[in-house]
Design a protein around this ligand. Structure first.
Ligand code: AMP
Ligand code: MG
Length: 421
């Protein structure tokens, strides 16, 4: 008997296997996935966090009419006399927001005007109240104002007919202000993507249930369901199944009509008890992608009754990272959103590392007081505490890298993946 040499690195890449680089895997996902949700109108107040299903076109300009940006006095600029100190008589009346002055202001006269009031006929410029002195029915101010000062032009923000929000945008609170200003009381939004989450593994027990010494609590399901909720999708809890192919089949069958995508965790490799990959291979058009990524093992992609299934590794750290890196953009695409590029910034490393060529690596990291990215003390992918300790990931290139303290590294905050923490 001649056993092989020990592989201390349990993620070592077996020779001869075709490992797909992260970028190639993402390109395949981007090109292969399409929008799977329908759309319909919802009232503006319910549109926050939803994805626009069609371009939103302004019904009204903003501002809809020229108006004053300050409290002061309005007049026609062309009729000012060119002197160091300008004096103008005030005409009777005043222009206020919601109470316009309906007459015309005679040339060479000024009118009291308040913020937001429509500029009356004969007014194109406003002087700030604090820059004037007033005696009886006359005001005086110093030269130096420009034509149009302290006023807002009609449509200077946007005009009726403009596309103010593009299809595919996830609507934030400011977008609701924009749509309201444009007169849009309903918005066309995509239906929420329904994502089912299923945990697998004989050793897994839902937290709160009695647990035997050889069992562990299901850490993935609460994490994945919450990520889906935070992304504005509809989480569908598909529970947990042990390593039982019949039950797995029944669970997938009953889930498929109720969801748009399924995330499973565990059992996705090619071991004896890897029932997820086995059943997907036999009955679900499985494509296993050996992605050159750490942490992560093969990502199983399959279709179950037409519903995309993402078979995640069981390790919570790998499940989390794979969901951020592959699941998030894929779900964005399927939900009608634009494909999100990974968002991050370069910071000095607060750690040293010698990285081999071959795989993209994502380290659990956070920014320390000196603005450096500090990496979690262990790279072990079973260490859930590091996920919680971290506020983001450091992304290391596929190539070999020798990182010293102070070298620039790419930090991807969790918030860049649409998560709050
Ligand atoms: P597997 O991908 O099934 O080989 O699982 C890899 C590792 O992740 C094993 O140590 C499992 O016990 C663990 N694991 C699988 N599913 C979960 C889960 N839902 N929560 C916590 N750990 C899990
Ligand atoms: Mg397992």
């Amino acid at each position: 008997m001649k056993p092989p040499p020990l592989k201390n690195n349990c993620f070592a890449m077996p020779p001869g296997v075709d490992w797909k680089p992260v970028d190639a895997a993402l390109d395949r996902l981007r090109d292969g996935l399409s929008v799977v949700v329908g759309s319909g109108d919802v009232p503006l107040a319910q549109a926050g966090g939803r994805v626009l299903g069609a371009d939103a076109v302004a019904l009204r300009s903003n501002p809809p009419y020229a108006n004053s940006a300050v409290d002061g006095f309005g007049f026609s600029f062309a009729h000012l006399r060119d002197s160091e100190i300008v004096e103008l008589p005030l005409c009777a009346g005043r222009a206020a927001a919601g109470a316009p002055f309906t007459g015309a202001v005679p040339a060479g006269c000024a009118i009291r005007i308040l913020t937001g009031a429509a500029l009356p006929e004969g007014v194109d410029t406003v002087v700030l109240e604090e820059d004037t002195t007033q005696e009886g029915e006359r005001i005086a101010f110093r030269r130096g104002l420009k034509k149009g000062a302290n006023s807002r032009k009609a449509g200077e923000d946007f005009s009726a007919g403009d596309v103010i929000l593009a299809k595919g945008r996830k609507l934030g609170s400011p977008d609701l202000a924009l749509a309201a200003a444009a007169g849009l009381s309903v918005l066309p939004v995509c239906d929420r993507l329904r994502v089912g989450v299923l945990s697998t593994g004989e050793e897994i027990v839902p937290v709160g249930a009695p647990v035997a010494g050889h069992q562990i609590f299901d850490a993935n399901r609460p994490m994945l369901l919450d990520m889906i909720r935070q992304w504005g999708f509809e989480p569908v809890d598909l529970g947990h199944v042990g390593d039982d192919r019949g039950l797995l089949r029944r669970t997938l069958n009953s889930a498929a009509p109720r969801v748009d995508a399924i995330l499973t965790s565990g059992g996705a490799s090619a071991g004896d008890e890897d029932h997820v990959s086995a059943i997907l291979a036999a009955e679900g058009n499985l494509q296993t992608w050996r992605i050159a990524v750490k942490p992560g093992r093969p990502l199983a992609l399959a279709l179950w009754q037409g519903v995309p299934v993402f078979g995640l590794p069981g390790n919570p750290v790998a499940a989390f990272v794979c969901t951020l890196v592959f699941g998030y953009p894929a779900f964005c695409r399927m939900s009608g959103q634009d494909w999100p590029e990974r968002r991050g910034f370069d910071v000095p490393a607060g750690f040293t590392k010698s990285k081999k060529a071959g795989r993209r690596e994502f380290l659990r990291a956070r920014i320390n007081r000196d603005g450096q990215a500090e990496a979690f003390k262990s790279e072990g992918s079973g260490r859930i505490s590091g996920l919680s300790w971290a506020t983001g990931l450091v992304e290391l290139p596929d190539t070999e890298a020798e990182i010293s303290v102070g070298d620039p590294v790419r930090f991807l905050p969790y918030s860049g993946f649409g998560l709050s923490g």
